[in-house]
Design a protein around this ligand. Structure first.
Ligand code: GLY
Length: 353
């Protein structure tokens, strides 16, 4: 897997036209969803490097990250003469960059693609690191490939119009990056004024956050070892997300991760002596900004089942990434059912549910 270039844009048009010039291209395709078609395309269409680009648009939302949308992208590429010398530009959140990345990775055995993430979650996580794919058979990201974008263009001005919920969804992944890097980064994230966002400071913080992920992915692109650090908060988080979806009350991914972080930092405290003080600070931040995910002890066995079926596990043994302290990562940790149920008890008590 080759390293993808990540560009912190001062001027998106300039960065995009420079990125395009590096290829010997016959055609350019631009993938949007209904949201970015409406909100971001008007800007991109004014760029002279995009005058001849052909737009492909799909429905928005994770429910559409599936085979029919993928087939639509393949069909459009095929019907409009895309070749191996064509470029696909994905303009959108994680759904667009995941699906578009996979479409590019598979069309004619692979064409180059560029990601222009438009949400905080996709900037700091989905669009970076080469994981592409779609949901299938009711399972998230069940079909996919490791296939890095040629280039990811970070334009944080898109975040100025992001709604609160999507801001916090992405911010949870930034918190995770802070927890796996160092105390200074974590403290900056916990102290950031999310009521009145300073976008210059946010731009710096996004850049630092992406660098944390980029560094890990460079060492372990296919998640055989240290890339599992990026799963902190996700074992519990995915169970909450799946249960919420099953109840037809979906929650944003980052919210599930934030609640998962509370659980997994508690596990880290119990099993590895992680700092009680930092655990307390993270709980406070999560309670204030994400509220709580509600469940009762009747749901413990079912949440436990979701955790057992997570694709990060081997032979049904639940796999966690935990921390000894901030930045001291312990991958491939396990916990038995009693410990996991005790963690659910702790979560409900500290979140006041
Ligand atoms: N979202 C976690 C990873 O890219 O590995």
């Amino acid at each position: 897997m080759t390293k993808q270039e990540i560009i912190n844009c001062k001027n998106l048009e300039h960065s995009l036209s420079e990125a395009i010039l590096r290829f010997q291209l016959d055609k350019i395709f631009l993938l949007t969803d209904k949201n970015t078609h409406q909100l971001c395309l008007p800007l991109i269409k004014t760029f002279s490097c995009m005058k001849k680009a052909y737009e492909i648009s799909i429905e928005a939302g994770d429910a559409h990250k599936e085979l029919d949308s993928l087939a639509h992208v393949w069909m459009e590429l095929s019907n409009h003469g895309a070749s191996r010398h064509s470029l696909l530009i994905n303009l959108g959140g994680g759904m667009v960059t995941d699906l578009g990345g996979f479409a590019a990775a598979t069309f004619k055995r692979g064409i180059p693609y560029i990601n222009i993430p438009t949400t905080l979650l996709s900037m700091v996580d989905a669009a970076v690191g080469g994981k592409t794919g779609i949901n299938f058979n009711g399972l998230k990201n069940e079909i996919g490939a490791f296939a890095p974008a040629s280039c990811v263009l970070l334009e944080t001005d898109f975040l100025r119009t992001l709604d609160n919920a999507n801001f916090f969804s992405g911010y949870a992944e930034m918190l995770k990056h802070g927890l796996i890097s160092d105390k200074q980064t974590l403290n900056e994230l916990l102290a950031f004024n999310t009521d009145e966002i300073n976008f210059d400071q946010l731009k710096e913080m996004v850049w630092k956050s992406v660098a944390v992920k980029e560094h890990i992915v460079e060492i372990d692109p296919k998640e055989q070892g240290i890339r599992k650090a990026l799963n902190l908060g996700h074992t519990f988080g995915h169970a909450f997300e799946a249960w919420a979806l099953h109840q037809e009350k979906p929650v944003l991914h980052g919210y599930a991760v934030a609640w998962g972080l509370v659980c997994e930092l508690y596990l880290s405290f119990m099993k590895l002596g992680f700092s009680k003080e930092i655990l307390r600070m993270v709980i406070q931040f999560v309670k204030e900004n994400y509220g709580a995910f509600y469940f009762t002890c009747k749901e413990y066995p079912m949440l436990y089942e979701y955790m057992k079926h997570d694709k990060k596990n081997t032979s049904g043994i639940i796999n966690f990434t935990l921390l000894k302290e901030v930045g001291d990562i312990c991958i491939d940790q396990t916990a038995d059912q009693d410990t996991i149920f005790e963690t659910f008890d702790f979560y409900r008590e500290c979140m006041g549910i």
